[in-house]
Design a protein around this ligand. Sequence first.
Ligand code: NAP
Length: 254
Amino acid sequence: MFTPLTGRTVLVTGGTKGIGKGIAGVFARAGANVAVCGRDRETGEAAAQELGARYVIADVAKAADCERMVDEVVREFGGLDVLCANAGVFPDVKLADMSEADIDAIFATNVKGTMLAVKAALNPLEASGHGRVIVTSSITGPITGFPGWSHYGATKAAQLGFLRTAAIELAARNITINAVMPGNIETEGLGELGPEYRATMESMIPQRRLGKVEDIGNAALFFATEEAGYITGQTIVVDGGQVLPEGQMAMDAQ
Ligand code: NAP
């Protein structure tokens, strides 16, 4: 039995859609005060209403937005206990066609945005006495690859490089930082890719299903508990076993 997170304040960047919204929902149901950020106000306000959360408009790629976002949350709830640095983008383009602007844009949100959000939250997280940071990385980059996502994979691996040194620095402030590495997760955008794409993806996963956003939220919730306080600089893969098969033969032999 874990100590309840009732009354703790949680900020989820990119919490207005997809995995971030799932994480926010899990924390809200656990009794936490939840704030979500995203760039699109209409989507953000709708998500916040649905979640019973507070929406803060912010682009995590901008330092001033990250500082204002944290200030607004602290002003509203009186502090900040947990930051879920989840906002991310994943446009696909093969390396041969990739522009310098493509590379800059994905690093701005996924790497710089993660670092800026964590930096902006340091003081209130330290003041809480049990600060937690949970980064949403991916299996793509740190473990696997997929054509069209070389720049994306680089950003998701970079987040883990950041996390390992940040964990040492943040330990002195009683803040832990860990990462969740999702496999293929069912989000709003998946429907557009069609049933055939979905079936192919499911056939590569030993549990034969895509992940739910709550599967990621539950892993994030664990890292946020009092009982996970001695875990820092670590990662957890949440993928239904997707990274395990050596190849198609391993799946056929199932
Ligand atoms: P999504 O459905 O597209 O949601 C992305 C969220 O991030 C939205 O709320 C979006 O809101 C926000 N966002 C994007 N850029 C932002 C910025 N610069 N500043 C603030 N907010 C920003 O994506 P998702 O699939 O849930 O992905 C969320 C995270 O999970 C990402 O880090 C991604 O790399 C990771 N991930 C996803 C999967 C998967 O299967 N879906 C697998 C592995 C890892 P606005 O657009 O309004 O800003």
